[in-house]
Design a protein around this ligand. Structure first.
Ligand code: NDP
Length: 285
């Protein structure tokens, strides 16, 4: 069913969102601080709002995709959000999302916070995911429209949950990147063809390791860090060996060393017999 939807913020991501909604047959009103960025969308049939207030007035569903949360308040401060759903797809911290939800409630609006797990080119294509948290009734009401952007996954009433899971997924990505970059430096230092290493050796290995994540999750959830695979002491020696080999090869192991520090800390507590999953216990304040 076609909806009236307003999109505020037409940077790379906001423009992709507005375009996807139009392609799905929705009536889209757009506003951007720099008005010229709306031109391509207006040329394709979007309605141009002269002010944020006019954009908000045009639709029951208001999507904000701006630089950061302060810019969201800047843009929405003189608008009449009462009775509308604000879907804030601006990236931020869980605490910012909770504050924004309280602010929206003061304005009389329902609030959804969104974590976009995609680059603009992926929007409306397979593989794109947007996590939503906040008002479940608002999500249910607008899910068909939101599904035009990406796989739309509701993750809970706490507005901070979507940004938290977004950050958790990025954390997994950065960890993987750190390993890939270190491996690339080591392989290149030995003049082995990196593309061949990546495609024929590294990717199958990472996929096999990633498949073990649910086993780790169960151990962390139960607090049972007993292992029959490889204990911390073996990994401590392994990482020491790895760091030494890196240096002998003229490569700094700096992206891996923080992990070694945590392993050293845990084994120093006499827990070297445990598996790697126990390291999570060292990370809580
Ligand atoms: P852009 O830099 O392309 O766009 C930023 C947008 O914010 C522009 O519309 C800009 O307006 C607007 N803006 C910035 N400050 C203000 C302000 N004070 N008042 C009004 N408008 C303001 O960024 P993206 O579109 O890439 O990103 C937007 C959001 O989407 C970010 O939170 C980002 O983290 C998130 N995101 C982006 C992804 C990506 O791959 N691009 C992936 C996942 C999330 P103007 O045009 O006038 O400068």
């Amino acid at each position: 069913m076609s909806e009236n939807i307003s999109v505020l913020g037409l940077g790379l991501m906001g423009s992709a969102l507005a375009e996807a909604l139009m392609a799905a047959g929705h009536r889209v009103t757009v506003w951007n601080r720099t008005p010229a960025k709306a031109d391509p969308l207006v040329a394709k049939g979007a309605a141009r709002a002269a002010t944020p207030a006019a954009a908000v007035e045009a639709s029951p569903l208001v999507i904000a995709c701006l630089l950061d949360y302060p810019s969201v308040y800047d843009v929405l401060k003189d608008t009449e959000l009462s009775g509308r759903v604000l879907a804030n797809l601006t990236s931020g911290r869980p605490a910012e999302a909770r504050e924004a939800a309280s602010w929206a409630a003061e304005q009389g609006a329902d609030y959804l916070d969104g974590g976009i797990m995609a680059v603009p080119q992926m929007i409306a294509n397979p593989g794109a995911l947007i996590l939503y948290s906040g008002s479940e009734p608002a999500f249910d009401r607008h899910e068909p429209a939101l599904a035009a952007l990406a796989d739309a996954r509701y993750v809970g009433a706490d507005p901070g949950m979507a940004p938290l899971l977004d950050l958790a997924m990025l954390t997994g990505m950065y960890g993987q990147m750190a390993g890939v970059l270190e491996a690339a430096a080591l392989v290149t230092s030995a003049k082995f063809p990196l593309t061949e290493f990546t495609t024929t050796l590294l990717i199958p290995w990472l996929n096999a390791m990633a498949a073990l994540a649910p086993v780790w999750a169960e151990k962390i959830e139960t607090g049972d860090h007993h292992t029959e695979v490889s204990n911390l002491e073996i990994n401590r020696v392994g990482l020491e060996n790895l760091a030494r080999a890196f240096r002998e090869q003229g490569v700094k192991p700096d992206l891996l060393l923080p992990m070694k520090t945590i392993i050293d800390q845990r084994t120093a507590r006499g827990l070297g017999h445990e598996g790697l999953s126990g390291l999570v216990e060292e990370l809580y304040n």
